[in-house]
Design a protein around this ligand. Sequence first.
Ligand SMILES: [Zn+2]
Length: 459
Amino acid sequence: MKAIDLVIKGGTLINASEVIEADIGISDEKIALIGKNLEGKEIIDAGGLYVLPGAVDPHVHLEMPAGITTSSDDWQSGSIAAACGGTTTLIDFVEPENNQSLREAYMLRRQQAENKSVLDFGLHMTITNSEQNTLSQLPDLIEQGITSFKLYTTYTGFKLDDTQLLKVLNAIHKLEALAIVHSENDAIIQWRTQDLLKTDLNNPASHPLSRPETAEREAIHRILSLAEITRAFVYIVHISTRQGAEMVCHARLRGQKAFGETCPQYLLLDHSLYQQPDFEGAKFVCSPPLRKKSDTRALWQALSNGTIQVAATDHCPFFFKGQKDLGKDNFSKIPGGLPGVGLRLSLMYSYGVCGGHLSLNRWVETCSTAAARLFGLYPRKGCLLPGADADIVLFDPHKILTVRKDILHENVDYTPYEGMQLKGYPVMTIKGGKPIAKDGTFLDTKITGKYLARKLPDC
Ligand SMILES: [Zn+2]
C-alpha cells in the first residue's frame, strides 16, 4: 500500500450524500483512502470539526474590465480571499474582445490567472454573437476544457436577440455543453432607466426600480423556452426572485435539463438597503438587484427543495470610494457587483444550516458538489472520495464571529455583510494535501493554482 503523507483524523466527514465519522488519508495530493484509525507521516487533528470537500465557486469575476474600471480583486487577492473562506476551486469568465479569436482570448485569460491564482481554476467562455465563425470555434474550446458558455440577454455589446440565442443554444446542444445565462429583459431595463434618469438621477435606490422582477421572470421564461426548443442544457445564473425560481421549477417539472444558481446576497440581503443615506446604497448595487424579503424566503425554499442547485457568489468587488462613486451623479453608472467570495461557506452554514433551510448534506451539495458536477469537475472536485484531489476544509461549527471587513482578504473597502453574526467558520483550508489557510490567515504565498480542463456537464 502507498505511504500516507497526511491523515486528517477524527473529524465528521460531510459529502452531498452522507455524513460519517472517519479519517482521511492523503498521498500525492489526492485522497488515498477513507477509514478508521489511519496512520501517516503527519497528522491533523479534526476532532469536533466538520471535514468538507473544498468549496467550488463557479461564478466569480476577478480583474474583470467593467466600463472604465476593473473589478478590484485580481487573481491573487481574490483566490487568497476565497481560500481563507474555504473555497478551493474558482470558475471565472473569458470575455473576448471583438478582434480576438476565442482561443486567443482564452489563452490570455488563462495566462493571467496561472501567474497569480493560488487556487485551481476553470473558465467559462462568453459568447456575444452567433456568427458561424464564432460557433465553429466551440469544439476546440471544449477540447481545451471550456464546457460552459455564458450568454447575456442584456448589456450592450453582450446581449443576444432571440434568433441569435437559438443559434448559439443549438450549437451548445450539439456539443452537449452547458449554456449559462444572465437573464433580464433588456428593453424593460432601458425603458425604466430612461424614465428614472429624468426623475431620480442621483439615487442608488433607482437601481432596483430600473430592473424590476418582471424583467428577470420574462427573460428566464424566454431562455428556458428557447433552450427547450433547441434541447440545450441551461443554467440560469444569479436567480434573484421567487418568480424566476418558479420558471426554473416549471421547466424542470416538464423534464427539461434546466438548472439554477442563486447567491448569498439574494438569500440574505434585501432591497431596503438601497434606501441608506449618503450614497451608501451604492454598496449594494448589483444586477439583478436585491429584492423583497419574500423573495429571499422563496429562494431558500428553492435551494432546499432542489429547484435551485447551486449557491455561488458572483463575486465582483468595486471599492465604495473610487469605483462605486463613478455613479455619484448618475445611478446607472454605478459599477454593478458585490464582494462575497470569502464568506459563502460560512454564510450558507450560519443562515442555511443553522437557519433550518439546508441539511448538512445539502449545504455541501449547494456549495461544492452540484457545481463540480454541472461544470465537469466531479469527482476530482466536490467530494471526499478516494481519488479526488485532496482539497479539504476543516470547519468549526461552533465558532462564533461577527463579520467585519477586516477579517476578510477581499481587496475592497467594505463588505455587504458587515455586522452579521456567523456561527461556524472554516479553520483550515487544505489544497492538494497542503494546508494553505488557517484561522483566517493565508499560509503559503508560493503556491500556485492549476488551470482545470473541464469535462462535459454531468446532468
Ligand atoms: Zn456574474
